[in-house]
Design a protein around this ligand. Sequence first.
Ligand SMILES: [Zn+2]
Length: 528
Amino acid sequence: MKTTAYYNGKVYTMREEGETVSAFVCRDGKFVYCGSDEQAKSMADECVDLEGAAVLPGFIDTHMHLYYYAENLSKLMVDHVTSMQELKDFIRKYAKSVPEGEWIYGFGFDNEFFSDTHEMPTRRDLDEACSDHPVLLARSCMHFFSANSLALQMAGIDRNFKPEVEGTVRFDADGEPNGVVSDAAGARIVALIPDKLASLEAKKNALEQAIRNLNALGLTGIHAIEGKHLNLLEYPDAYQGLAADGRLTARIYLGLNDLPNCRFTTGLGDDMVKYGFYKLFIDGNLGGRTSALLEAYSDDASAFGSTNYTQEELTERVRDAYQRNIQIGIHVIGDRAADMFVKAIETVYAEDPKPDARFRLIHLSLVNEDLIARIKKLPVMVDIQPMFIHTDLPFLEDRLGQDRCKYSNAWGRLLKEGIRMTGSSDGPGAPYDPLEGIWAAVCRTNLSGEPAGGWHPEHKISVYEAACLYTKNAAYASFEEGVKGTIEEGKLADFVVLDEDIFAIDPMTIKDVNVVKTVLGGKTVYEK
Ligand SMILES: [Zn+2]
């Protein structure tokens, strides 16, 4: 491999705030020098003029459902529709191009942002658009779905249907299912739709395309949260297959929903594909009032959300993984869910305090003083999704009330308390762009800039702190801070070149910055 010098840049090493160099040299996939233009050029076979551009370490997203995203590429995207009417028109028109009787499986609408109604589309809405194909549309959050009458009928969901999990099928006043289903009931319909990615080769092709799309956003690392869909061992197979073909263009750290039935431990694999952690799900989401709260929802005094485990079951699962040296990450949105996970960690960590334990609280959308004090004492980090500010603003204050909102997505506070955080998207449920994530963590508004000055501005963090979320903190989350996450000699040569310097511009415009080049292990994987 050639030795390449990149010079005349503003290279943010991210080793510490404000540290820059103008040049670096890549050889055999690693940075072998960082410093001056002269020295860099003298070491290299070829030189690339950065023309003053800002360079950062490659971005790492610590929570993304990558396989779902890949799969979504084969679905009908409905993420652009801005009203119920537009959604109906779009489906009606699209249905004309679909062979008779075939499924229409769409993804990505968000009724919270509709201009004519905020209601979920019902069976009647979809029947109006199309009644001769079974239609299923997944909401952007991937928890809620809308089905037309034909789809419901094919899934055997009728007025006598008893869902396995209560509340996952909504019924009209007349007792008929209204077409809105969630989670397990949604999965029941999804299971009927022919899988376009049945073969390993089809999976690999879809993943390759998905990762290529993400490279264009500057991503060189993804903590891929995968579950249930495939057999546990099919995920490493697909990613390692791509790596072996030279087609894998981001480093993958796998978070799987099941414990392996063999002696895998965290870190098994190589720089490209690693077995990472055991991902558990305690509660649901705030939008659907299914995340577990200590006190009732402010807009429904009877709702506290629910948990998938009792405390004993949860602690046992955490203990099992911990004893097997498998990292644990848990989806916790509500404060009651967080309390349960923290309790589980307190228990198992006290039994056997391992020197390099790194537990991961995923989301942690709501905390309180007690939780903050306890989390500080534990080897815990928090995987946050800054763009949740954009997606959740329409309902956060309704669900939580003013007082609790002070503790919602309380990133500034967590940081001040010395709690380490990483950045992620939770795509495809939310936007993937790490630069939008950095912007959202810094500005705390929705994409239209509301509320002016930011939502609970005391929890804003600095541009440097936000950039850390997606670089060195993310590397720490996978125990790889020694090999990536900063631009320095000896580390993997993963970096991005931007068209603007995010540290020098108005923070509100960071979301509009573009990646012009993404380099993975010294090889360009995206160029504008
Ligand atoms: Zn998720």
